[in-house]
Design a protein around this ligand. Structure first.
Ligand code: T5A
Length: 218
């Protein structure tokens, strides 16, 4: 499908604790300095409705069946696409989204074991088929990522068994290998500033973002 918007759509993916949120904050500050119009958003929770869905999804006290889980992620996404992502792309902004449809394939498909065809269909229904132009995988071993997170305060997904998290990571690596034109993999185990350099370089190589790469990370 030809790209139909003046904006640019980039998604960040990865296992727990890979550092996506931290990297997006650093990048956003730098984009502000450069005056590049951008929107940082996240899936789930990029809208007011989505923040309510996110609380339900991540609450460790509430059991959620696999199909309910899938449908809640997709409901969040349908709202997010219509209310935030597509309007920003129409305005010509760079949209940087922390997780998107590939998270559903990794978590509900590879790890939870739900049917990939069904997930693909629901992803298309929720998004109208809108796919990112670039997806960056922040790759880290599951144990190392989980060890970075707050001890004792893990959310419902973070509390899954380590085998679940291994499947998530393996799924991501498989998807990235299968579609190298869209995916780029960053080694997320390195220092914050090194990872940030890589992120800026990848964006600059792919898109016309004046002055993004090659400046010291602050
Ligand atoms: N999910 C999501 C599904 O199951 N299906 C779906 O369809 C979707 C969309 C979302 C959960 O929902 C699941 C996936 C998730 O389990 P979330 O809180 O949004 O929940 O989950 P994450 O995106 O994984 O958030 P995390 O906080 O766990 O990971 P991040 O954002 O990758 O990591 P970040 O930046 O918060 O960093 C974590 C810690 O590591 C440190 C940071 O300071 C922080 O303390 N850190 C580093 N330390 C050392 N070196 C570095 N390079 C570091 N980078 C960060």
């Amino acid at each position: 499908m030809a790209w139909e918007y003046p904006g640019i759509f980039v998604t960040l993916e990865g296992p727990e604790g890979a550092g996506k949120t931290t990297q997006l904050k650093l990048l956003s500050k730098h984009l502000d300095v450069l005056g590049i119009a951008h929107v940082v958003t996240r899936d789930p929770g990029g809208t007011a409705l989505g923040r309510q869905i996110r609380r339900i999804l991540l609450n460790p006290e509430t059991p959620v069946c696999p199909m309910t889980e899938l449908l809640l992620y997709e409901a969040d996404r349908a709202q997010h696409i219509e209310q935030v992502i597509v309007p920003a792309l129409k305005r010509g902004a760079l949209v940087l989204c922390d997780r998107y449809v590939d998270s559903t394939l990794a978590y509900q498909g590879y790890a939870r074991g739900l049917d990939f065809e069904l997930i693909g269909q629901l992803n298309r229904i929720a998004t109208g088929g809108l796919m990112p132009q670039l997806t960056i995988l922040f790759d880290i071993a599951s144990e190392a990522g989980l060890a970075r997170l707050h001890p004792g305060g893990h959310d419902r997904l973070e509390r899954e068994a380590i085998e679940f998290h291994h499947k998530v990571r393996a799924g991501y690596l498989e998807m990235a290998a299968r579609e190298p034109g869209r995916w780029q993999v960053i080694d997320a185990t390195r220092a914050l500033t090194v990872v940030q350099d890589d992120l800026r370089r990848l964006l600059s190589e792919r898109f016309q973002l004046a002055g993004l790469a090659g400046k010291p990370v602050t």
